[in-house]
Design a protein around this ligand. Structure first.
Ligand code: 6R9
Length: 650
């Protein structure tokens, strides 16, 4: 659309920027023309115990094998801590801002070294070895960072599970990667409310045991000192254990392709997949994108508001910033506690220069009113970012005009758990901005748009977004299921990585992500498979069938709309509606709570029994005038009933 607003790079953004537009063009061209040369050079941004001689050895065809820097030897915690000690041992590595505004802490690189070494020695003491999977189920406290880095120090593979997930969801993730060591806290604290993490862990461990995975130890960090159950042979207090071990621990020598972490994410089918990232390429990519996308300079105070339970927290609270020797802020709380000024109060309090958040938070704060922003100065802000879902132009404009006072560039960063780091984004000193567009690819990233038949769309046009060339930060496999990796990402369009997102390219070559084209919905930036919510619903004994779709939601981006068919003889009551919502929360967690439940005597199906989700989406959007072709429906009368009882009447 040529009538889109363009915000040109301002002289102040360009002045000390690491990359201007000419440099972007040149580097991008080099990165695509000769990836071996380009990444061979930039791979050296991290320290290697043994340098690599091979750079790229990767193919999206056949069995799909991705290797970067494969004969190099390094260690992630060494790169995030040890190598900075000489120059910046006394610099703050982590600023921790508690849920309570009076609660904060600063941890220097020297202190981080000691905490991580002690935690690593605790893991070793209890038998955790290289390659073992450690599950981390933690609130946003510095010990979560110590735990992750401690795993990388000894070569254990961490699997961080978001603290908002239920015991069942946690158990599923423990079982899938056969993890026998769990790190948690007594309770979490968010927005003044406690979250029973240890109690959830206890429940999850019982469920895991019934599925033949026995957790041997639980390391518990004391956060609230709330009352918890204790199992002497199994449970360990972190503060006792850490005091009992040495403050030094030699970093393990890891091969570039040794597994670094697993992170579970939702897809359109089946249970969540364990996305596996490896050591060398991931760290090179996370640190490089952190530096250039946020135009990070030495001494900047950097704040990403994500939770460490998501990939954004992995790459852009921890690994990218720490590899770059940055001061990274970790926030335990929520945007509107104790008031909707909280984000901006924290920005002023810690003089934050780079701020990275999600559209759902921006929309919620926009709804609370400008006065909450205007109470603060925000003078320190130099770059602002957005991630997690498409940002609508209204929210973008508000972020730019009200929060940034027209002076701060916004980087709308598009990427996925599978990608390890940002793939499409403006660079502050190089890219003219268009509200709602993630703009241009990062170095080495080759996007391609294809139609449903796989025909390549050149120039301007819309379709499905693929990436045709490997990049160092990408996932290597689905943990324990390489076939699923191939089928999920490389089979739809053979030999190409398919993102699952729809996309438009405009006349300037800018990319506009339009959202998922598969059965994944994005609720407040959290990815959810409709199939997961459906299977949670049908696991209730009064439900015979369920179909779940997304619908546009003002704050969350998408809301969850569920159509539920009850067992014969069961009455559709308000109480049952409440019960079903509680049931889904128990099965998956609060983030999966259905916003709407419509009791449906029947679902629209084709004669072969496939649910016609297209129709369900339209009804959920209250747009049933445009149902499209319904001629393949087995029983057209079903649709009339669904329309009559729709829950989103405008
Ligand atoms: C990093 C992260 C990935 C999905 C992705 C897309 C959506 C993320 C976006 C965006 C438009 C952006 N998404 N960033 N859509 N513009 N800037 O969020 O990873 O949780 O795996 O979600 O999120 O649909 O496919 P993940």
């Amino acid at each position: 659309m040529s009538d889109t607003k363009v915000y040109r790079v301002q002289p102040a953004w360009k002045k000390d920027a690491l990359i201007d537009n000419d440099t972007y063009q040149k580097w991008y061209a080099d990165s695509v023309k000769d990836p071996d040369k380009f990444w061979g050079k930039h791979g050296k941004r991290i320290d290697w115990f043994k340098p690599y001689t091979k750079v790229k050895n990767a193919s999206f065809g056949g069995n799909v094998s991705i290797k970067w820097f494969e004969d190099g030897v390094t260690n992630v915690s060494y790169n995030c801590i040890d190598r900075h000690l000489k120059k910046r041992g006394n610099q703050t590595a982590i600023i921790w801002e508690g849920d309570n505004p009076y609660d904060d802490r600063k941890i220097t690189y020297n202190e981080l070294y000691e905490h991580v070494c002690r935690m690593a020695n605790v893991l070793k003491k209890h038998g955790v070895k290289r390659g073992d999977r450690v599950t981390i189920y933690m609130p946003m406290i510095p010990e979560a960072a110590y735990a992750m880095l401690a795993c990388t120090r000894i070569g254990a593979v961490h699997s961080v599970v978001f603290g908002g997930f239920s015991p069942d969801a946690l158990a599923g993730r423990i079982v899938d990667c056969e993890s026998t060591f769990v790190i948690t806290a007594d309770e979490g604290l968010r927005g003044g409310r406690t979250i029973p993490l240890k109690e959830n862990t206890d429940k999850a461990i019982d469920i895991a045991a019934r599925n033949n995975v026995t957790v041997k130890n639980v390391l518990v960090v004391r956060r609230t000192a709330g009352k918890i159950a204790w199992f002497d042979k199994r449970d360990l207090w972190y503060h006792d254990e850490a005091a009992s071990v040495k403050p030094d621990c030699k970093p393990a020598e890891m091969k570039a392709e040794d597994p670094l972490f697993i992170l579970y994410t939702s897809g359109s089918t089946g249970k969540p997949k364990g996305v596996l990232h490896t050591t060398g390429g991931y760290l090179v990519y996370a640190s490089m994108t952190h530096q250039y996308v946020f135009d990070y300079h030495d001494g900047d105070i950097y704040w990403c508001t994500a939770d460490v339970g998501w990939v954004t927290g992995h790459s852009y609270i921890l690994y990218g910033p720490l590899a770059n020797g940055a001061t990274t802020l970790m926030f335990e709380g929520v945007p509107n506690y104790p008031s909707p000024s909280r984000f901006w109060d924290v920005v002023d309090k810690h003089k934050v220069n780079i701020f990275y958040t999600a559209p759902t938070a921006i929309r919620a704060l926009m709804g609370a009113g400008d006065e909450w922003v205007k109470k603060s100065s925000r003078k320190s802000l130099r770059v602002m970012g957005s991630v997690g879902e498409p940002i609508n132009p209204e929210a973008w404009e508000w972020y730019f005009n009200v929060v940034g006072e027209k002076k701060v560039p916004i980087v709308d960063t598009w990427w996925q758990t599978e990608n390890g780091g940002i793939l499409i984004s403006p660079l502050p000193g190089a890219t003219d901005l268009k509200p709602g567009s993630a703009t241009r690819p990062f170095f080495g990233v080759v996007p391609q748009i294809v139609d449903n038949d796989g025909e390549v769309i050149e120039g301007t046009g819309s379709g499905n977004l693929c990436i045709t060339e490997p990049w160092p930060g990408m996932m290597r496999t689905v943990y324990g299921d390489h076939q699923r990796f191939i089928e999920t990402y490389f089979a739809t369009y053979k030999g190409k990585y398919f993102t699952g997102d729809g996309c438009r390219r405009d006349e300037d070559g800018y990319y506009w992500i339009t959202g998922r084209v598969d059965d994944v919905i994005n609720v407040s930036g959290h990815r959810m498979g409709t199939a997961e919510v459906e299977s949670a619903l049908v696991s209730h004994d009064k439900v015979s069938e369920a179909a779940v779709v997304g619908y546009p939601h003002d704050i969350k981006g998408q809301g969850i709309y569920s159509y539920v068919t009850l067992m014969a003889g069961v009455d559709a009551t308000e109480d049952l509606r409440t019960e079903l919502i509680a049931h889904v929360r128990k099965e998956i967690g609060p983030i999966a709570s259905p916003d709407k439940i419509q009791f449906a005597p029947g679902l629209p199906k084709t004669r072969s029994g496939k649910i016609m989700r297209r129709i369900l989406r339209k009804i959920a959007e209250d747009d049933f005038g445009a149902l499209g072709d319904t001629s393949t429906l087995a029983d057209p009368a079903v649709v009339d009933d669904l329309i009559e009882h729709r829950q989103n009447k405008k």
